[in-house]
Design a protein around this ligand. Structure first.
Ligand code: SF4
Length: 218
């Protein structure tokens, strides 16, 4: 399959000089092409929007101060504390409910209040939402739909200040992020094949997962 002529982007960059500024920018560089006025306009958002400023500075502090020392689990608590989040919403997949329980135990130990809601909340059959029966895992049976909008609403009702995703499905997570009232961060990215380590496929795309770079229409 021949691809249309591709615009060069950061994915084609050999220097990533925006990170260091001591090398050279490629001719198509997005940093160099960017309108300085827009960069300054965005900078103002980071500086002047109180929530964005708090999130941005807290994220940078955790990166800078704890670089390579805290696990993601710990980083979430450190981040929550720095943005002043009193209550963490946990939006979990039912398949990771045990891991969610362990995370809540960790939050308890940190003295951070939490509220957990599982993806199947509402117990609505998939067909009620327009999903065809043949797209169920076990056809002919009740199969509860993931309900990320309801998860987001329940967390909003419970006034969570920061919501944490534990393994929501691809797409269900998109809806949760869209409907969440509180800022969202990830703890676990679901990958049913790679034990929730999706980057494993990319690390091995020249060997075990060579199919990733071969012509296929998923
Ligand atoms: S912004 Fe420029 S230097 Fe940075 S990765 Fe993109 S192309 Fe490379």
């Amino acid at each position: 399959m021949s691809l249309p002529v591709k615009t060069q982007t950061c994915a084609d960059c050999g220097t990533v000089n925006c990170n260091v500024t001591t090398l050279t920018y490629p001719p198509f560089c997005l940093t160099e092409a960017e309108d300085r006025a827009e960069i300054e306009e965005v900078n103002r958002i980071y500086r002047e929007d109180p929530l964005v400023s708090k999130i941005s500075c807290s994220a940078a502090e955790i990166e800078g101060v704890y670089y390579g020392r805290l696990t993601r689990v710990e980083e979430v608590a450190a981040f929550a504390r720095r943005i002043g989040a009193k209550k963490i919403g946990v939006a979990t997949c039912v398949g990771l409910i045990n891991e969610a329980k362990r995370f809540v135990k960790f939050l308890d130990a940190q003295g951070i209040e939490s509220y957990t809601v599982a993806c199947k909340v509402g117990a609505v059959d998939k067909t009620e939402l327009g999903v065809p029966e043949e797209h169920k895992i076990k056809k002919g049976n009740h199969e509860s739909a993931c309900n990320p909008i309801l998860q987001a609403r329940i967390l909003a009702r419970n006034k969570t200040d920061l919501n944490v995703i534990i393994g929501l499905c691809v797409g269900h997570d998109s809806m949760f992020i869209k409907y969440s009232q509180a800022p969202v961060t990830y703890l676990v990215v679901k990958d049913r094949v790679l034990a929730h380590n999706p980057v494993g496929a990319l690390y091995t795309d020249n060997s075990y997962y060579k199919r990733l770079t071969e012509d296929q229409n998923l």
